[in-house]
Design a protein around this ligand. Structure first.
Ligand code: UDP
Length: 358
């Protein structure tokens, strides 16, 4: 069986790392399974892309399309690859333009699609990711859901066939890649931080990263927190900051906010584990906060990971300075969540895609 995995953005490299490992393990056990990676080029800076391939030992992509984030360009470039390779399955992850470009191209060529992280919904139609998710789910043959809520979301849309609650491959990734305690300490030392005496923040979603007043309000809140804030700045957000003097002044005046370039996944896992709390608009980091037992304040009005809110690990604070400041002060309830599986989601997914007798 030949699988082509279409990926292009940072969170997809992390998810693909564990699934790709599971595929290679199956192949080692004599199961006829081969995976080739196609990188659309959506993320291209070394610290947003190649670093993850090196750190997580992801096989080098067979094709690198250098498309940037343009979906039409991606589709035009993916098509000839799929036409000549005719894989048995196209594997896509999450909700980026690379996800939808891979799914739409495979669908046009009648190639079955497996969607990992299917069924997530924010119910916010203005998010480009919401459109990408809904369409990809409609086109997919296999839908692998990380949570029961995701299964229910699909059911509400009339999608019930080949829907599997397999847990979250990001939980697999957290278990596999969280470094040992001594390496965690070395990472903290490298950044000059003390465990549980700093906050970790990320901001990258278009609705915030391109919105000066939302960014100002968030920076003002971060500047007022009682602990220093480490902010690895996504290139999208960095671009807005570089073009805006008010934001630059806010950051320069704040003694509390420390801007750094995006970090590798191993470093990020250690920072997440030792942060007092995490403030983010990232989907992945809301879950990783829970996996690392660190409370999270989500800088959005809604979340696809509602379980983390219901269990008291995550609090929605939008982009309002006062709400963000207050959110860190209230105690968190912190109940366990069973949805994300036992760390073997990738194996489960691969076994469904390639049962021994298929
Ligand atoms: N991440 C990272 N380095 C950083 C920021 C994030 O390795 O500087 C990881 C983070 O641990 C998580 C993933 O990137 O696994 C989240 O990606 P992102 O926030 O870009 O996308 P989303 O999860 O919102 O789709």
């Amino acid at each position: 069986m030949k699988i082509i995995t279409v990926i292009g953005a940072r969170p997809q490299f992390i998810k693909a790392a564990v699934v790709s490992r599971a595929i290679r393990q199956m192949a080692l056990h004599g199961i006829d399974m081969q995976e080739f990676i196609l990188h659309t080029g959506q993320h291209y800076d070394d610290n947003m892309s190649d670093l993850f391939f090196r750190q997580l030992a992801i096989p080098v992509p067979r094709w690198h399309l250098n498309c940037g984030n343009n979906m039409e360009e991606m589709k035009a470039a993916i098509r000839p690859v799929l036409e000549s390779e005719r894989p048995d399955i196209v594997l896509v992850y999450g909700d980026t333009n690379s996800t939808l470009a891979g799914a739409e191209t495979a669908h046009a060529l009648y190639i079955p699609i497996a969607h990992i992280e299917a069924g997530l919904r924010s119910f916010n139609d203005s998010m480009p990711e919401e459109h990408n998710r809904i369409v990809t789910d409609r086109l997919s043959t296999w839908l692998f859901c990380p949570t029961r809520t995701a299964v229910e979301n699909l059911k509400r849309e009339g999608i019930t066939r080949n829907v599997f609650h397999t847990g979250d491959v990001m939980y697999d990734a957290t278990l596999l890649f969280t470094p040992e305690e001594d390496q965690q300490q070395a990472i903290l030392q490298h950044f000059g931080l003390t465990s549980k005496h700093f906050a970790l923040a990320t901001i990258h979603r278009a609705s915030t990263a391109e919105n000066i007043s939302a960014l100002s309000a968030i920076f003002e809140a971060l500047a007022q927190l009682p602990v220093p804030v480490l902010l690895p700045l996504h290139p999208h957000t960095a671009k807005t900051v570089q073009q805006n003097k008010i934001l630059q002044d806010l950051l320069n005046l704040s003694q509390n906010i420390r801007l750094i370039r995006p970090v590798g996944y191993i470093e990020m896992l250690a920072l997440e584990k030792h942060a007092l709390y995490i403030l983010t608009d990232s989907g992945g980091m809301q879950k990783e906060a829970y996996f690392q037992h660190t409370p999270c304040i989500t800088l959005r009005e809604e979340t696809e990971w509602i379980e983390t809110v219901d269990a008291g690990w995550n609090r929605l604070a939008g982009t309002d300075t006062e709400r963000i400041r207050k959110a860190v002060e209230l105690p968190f309830a912190k109940q366990p969540i069973t949805d994300f599986g036992d760390g073997r989601s990738a194996q489960q997914i691969i076994q469904i895609l390639c049962p021994n007798d298929r």
